[in-house]
Each structure stands twice: as C-alpha cells, then as structure tokens.
Design a binder for this molecule. Structure first.
Ligand SMILES: Nc1nc2c(ncn2[C@@H]2O[C@H](COP(=O)(O)OP(=O)(O)OP(=O)(O)O)[C@@H](O)[C@H]2O)c(=O)[nH]1
Ligand SMILES: [Mg+2]
Length: 239
C-alpha cells in the first residue's frame, strides 16, 4: 500500500525543512529553494501492514509553478504549509487548495500546517492560531502547528498523516462505486448471459421431434404385433 502526498505552500514557508526533519532528522537554517520538486518515501507499519508514504515536496517559487503542478495529479493527500510568522502565507492557503483540487478528480485528504512555531511568542502565536483554526474550519481540513527547528509536533503530525492516509486507502479499496446502479447493471448483464446460454437451439427441437416420432412408431408397431400375435393364438387355425 502507498499514498501520494504533496506538500504545497508559499515560498520559504518551511516545506523542505519539515520533510527533512522527519525523514532525515536534520534542520538547516540556511535557505535553499527547492527546484521543481523533491521526492522522499517513508515506510510505516500500520496494524502490522507495511505502508509507504510518497512525499512530493514542491517548490513555492512562482517560476517553478508549472513543474510543480505537474506533480499534483493523483495526490491522495495534500499538506498546505504556511509560516506562522507570515500571515500572508496563511491568506494564500485557499489558492493552494483550489489549485491542487483542480488537478485531482477525487477529493484528497487535506492538512493545514503552520511552521516555525519556535519563532513566535505565546501571545502572538495565539492570535495566529485563531486565524489558522478559522481557516481550517472554513476549508474543512485538519490543522497542525510544528517547528522543524526544535522538532515540536513533527513526528506527531507525520504519524497522524500516515494513519489517516492508510485509513483512506483501505476505505477506497473497499468502496463499491454507485452500488445500486452497479448491481442493476451487473444483474442485467449476467441475466442476459444466462438467457442466451439457456436458449434452446431450434435444430435440437426438430431432432427431438424426429426421435420421439421414431420411438412412437416403433412402439406402435410392437404393440400392433403383440395384439396380432395374441389374436392369432386365440382364434388362429392352430389348436
Ligand atoms: N526557526 C525556524 N526556521 C525554519 C523552520 N522551518 C523552516 N525554517 C527556515 O525557513 C527557511 C525556508 O525553509 P525551506 O524549508 O527551504 O522552505 P520551503 O518552503 O521549502 O521553500 P521553497 O522550496 O522555496 O518553496 C530556511 O532558512 C529554514 O531554515 C522552523 O520551523 N523554524
Ligand atoms: Mg523547499
């Protein structure tokens, strides 16, 4: 089992740092912009079942947009990242969501993640958190806040992501699309097949008629012969 997850969000909000903190347990304070897209695979064991999370870390820079959007297709989970020190990055969240949904036929699981928690004081964070929660509610997505520098909440977030993705993929496997329509089609299709299979060949019916006529003719002859024999026995010239 595996799930494709994409990380999107404004430039330098901390997408790569979040992925690297979880996948490689490192943090680099120097900024190196992602060019196009980076890729990681993480293995989890959910209920003793191996489960792989494909992580596509996209570039936030406008000039790499067309490369990055090519990787949105088929994503089962979307992580929209914003920076808690930059409220503009939170305001752009609906745009990121719309762009990722445009490229996917089925609605993916969506998470909103605020990064750089270590850079803001408690009162400032509370103000940002209020706005972030309101945004998450309006978009009907789950909200998390993390710090890739200290590692706060990073593991918790990825384990939650993996668990929900696993659950989602199991439900999709079990899903029977448009159940009543499908069963109707299924019945009519197989009923047709059964009907054509049990239809009797007209030559076979003629053959049966001929055989039964022959049998009746033979029986009739035998019966006539027996009657004649008895008649001859009773009233014949012999004593
Ligand atoms: N203090 C602190 N700095 C962070 C945190 N996360 C990221 N940074 C810094 O923010 C800058 C940008 O981080 P990146 O992870 O490269 O950002 P990005 O979103 O991948 O950027 P693009 O790939 O250009 O879209 C880097 O200098 C990081 O060190 C964090 O949680 N705390
Ligand atoms: Mg990056």
């Amino acid at each position: 089992k595996f799930t494709k997850t994409i990380f999107v969000g404004d430039v330098a909000v901390g997408k790569t740092s979040l992925v690297n903190r979880f996948c490689h347990e490192v943090f680099d304070s120097n900024y190196k912009s992602t060019i196009g897209v980076d890729f990681e695979v993480e293995r989890f064991d959910v209920l003793n079942t191996p489960f792989h999370l494909q992580i596509w870390d996209t570039a936030g820079q406008e000039r790499f947009k067309c490369i990055a959007t090519a990787y949105y297709r088929g994503a089962q989970a979307v992580v929209i990242v914003f920076d808690v020190t930059n409220t503009f990055s939170l305001q752009h969240v609906p745009v990121w969501l719309e762009e990722t949904l445009e490229n996917n036929k089925e609605k993916p699981l969506v998470f909103l993640v605020g990064t750089k928690r270590d850079l803001v004081s408690e009162p400032v964070y509370h103000m940002v958190e209020k706005q972030a929660i309101a945004m998450a509610k309006s978009l009907n997505v789950e909200y998390w806040t993390v710090s890739s520098k200290t590692g706060e909440n990073v593991k918790g977030f990825f384990f939650r992501l993996a668990a929900l993705c696993f659950n989602y993929s199991v439900l999709r496997e079990m899903e029977v699309p448009q159940s009543s329509e499908v069963s109707k089609d299924f019945v009519s299709k197989y009923l047709d097949e059964i009907l054509t299979r049990t239809e009797i060949n007209p030559y076979f019916i003629q053959f049966v008629h001929v055989v039964s006529a022959c049998i009746s003719f033979t029986l009739y002859n035998s019966l006539a012969y027996i009657c004649l024999f008895l008649l001859v026995q009773k009233c014949g010239p012999y004593k």
